[in-house]
Design a protein. Structure first.
Length: 411
């Protein structure tokens, strides 16, 4: 197996069990045939003085040159390694502390489950996979075979309540693969192709998920537990749901007794699905308004017309894909939060999120605080929000906490 030696004083992160090695930390490569390491091939990593540190998957194209599989020297990276890691990840979703009243959940959460670059989500009878790194792509065939094993048996019925899965579908159509030198891929990996919509249950509510073309793997599973928190703020309230996608937050608010819900989403097709969800759950569609518009423009129009709301939900897409985009992202978050705060009635509730992993929680709080200050309003944080418990964060991988949110009372 090839060995990669790090530069002097570049081993601290691995000693703390951080799962990445950046290309700039590499000093030398030995043991590779013709001096080349295949994309995704397993390598040993040693410190500048030769001390063994970890085993990981090599990516010749990415700034993250190695993603760590194991910090145990005698652990072989083989099909049995992946079988054990996948079993452990699935088992974790059945243990106390992970919500079980959902028919959809994340089964494997990449680095934080010890499987960098591998995402597996469950929607009813179907599994949806993303292979985001060179190492994940290298082992893909074996990983799919292991998933077939796990969900053809009865031992994991607590996770697959509806029996063995009917199909495994790939949604590796994300830009991060380009950084790994990989082409986007989608399609059936095993079994049947999912139907156009797969119905899932979230609490007492039903949603239909577009696995084939929807955002991420079809639904924002990382917000499931946060959606369960908002009903207490919505009874009798006028609610504005920005960046609504297929309206899940709005449907929860309506089911909690909101007087009205206004969804803003640029895509008419997604808003059509939002209305389908209202009807699917037997809710009053007359209390929901859908605006196929740009959030920034609509918030300004509401400000100018003095339109006010009791609850405003801001769940924007990722504003920062790289460190260089952080200043622009800060301006974007400041803008929408400033506009939203101006639209809130006194005592109103702002539920605001950032899903940009590069945005530190303390900086996000400062942005919201500055927005309130510029709006001439006072605010209080009454709850902090994070991604759902089936999207855990490994202790040595703080970047794994990518979703952060605040519930603020605004006066």
């Amino acid at each position: 197996m090839p060995t990669i030696r790090l530069k002097k004083n570049r081993d601290k992160s691995l000693l703390n069990h951080h799962p990445w090695v950046f290309s700039g930390a590499i000093d030398a490569i030995s043991g590779a045939i013709s001096g080349q390491i295949d994309s995704g091939q397993t390598v040993d990593i040693v410190s500048a003085n030769g001390t063994w540190l970890a085993k990981g998957a090599f990516s010749p194209h990415s700034q993250i040159a190695i993603r760590i599989w194991s910090f145990t020297q005698d652990e072989e990276i083989s099909i049995d390694f992946f079988r054990n890691r996948i079993f452990r990840a699935i088992l974790a979703r059945t243990l106390p502390g992970t919500r079980r009243n959902f028919s959809a959940c994340r089964l494997i959460h990449a680095e934080s489950d010890g499987l960098p670059g591998i995402i597996v989500d469950k929607y009813g009878d179907y599994l949806v996979c993303q292979f985001l790194s060179a190492g994940a792509e290298y082992w893909k065939t074996d990983i799919v075979g292991i998933l077939e094993e796990q969900f053809s048996s009865t031992q994991h019925r607590r996770v697959s309540e509806n029996g063995p899965c009917k199909g495994i579908y790939e949604r590796s159509d994300v830009t991060v693969r380009e950084k790994e030198g990989l082409m986007p891929r989608t399609g059936v990996l095993s079994g049947d192709c999912p139907p156009e919509r797969v119905e899932i249950q979230e609490g007492n509510l039903r949603f239909r998920v577009d696995i084939l073309k929807g955002h991420k793997t079809g639904f924002y599973l990382d917000q499931q537990e946060n959606r369960a928190m908002i009903p207490e703020f919505c009874e009798g309230a006028e609610v504005l749901n920005c960046f609504a996608y297929t309206g899940a937050f709005g449907v929860v608010a309506l089911s909690a007794g909101a007087e009205s819900v206004t969804n803003i989403e640029t895509s008419p097709a997604l808003l059509s699905q939002a209305m389908e969800h209202v009807e699917l759950n037997g809710l009053d569609s007359a209390r929901m308004q859908n605006l196929p518009e740009d959030v920034f423009h609509t918030l300004r129009r509401f400000r100018d017309s003095r339109r006010n709301f009791d609850v405003i939900i801001l769940d924007p897409p990722k504003f920062a894909e790289s460190q260089s985009q952080i200043p622009k992202a800060c301006r974007g978050y400041k803008d929408i939060n400033l506009l939203a705060i101006k639209l809130l009635n006194p005592g109103g509730t702002l539920i605001t999120f950032s899903c940009s992993g590069l945005m530190p929680p303390d900086l996000f709080q400062k942005i919201v605080a500055d927005a309130a200050l510029d709006a001439g309003r006072n605010g209080q944080i009454i709850r902090r929000l994070y991604q759902a418990s089936d999207h855990p964060t490994a202790l040595g991988f703080p970047e794994g906490t990518y979703l952060k949110g605040l519930i603020c009372r605004v006066w």
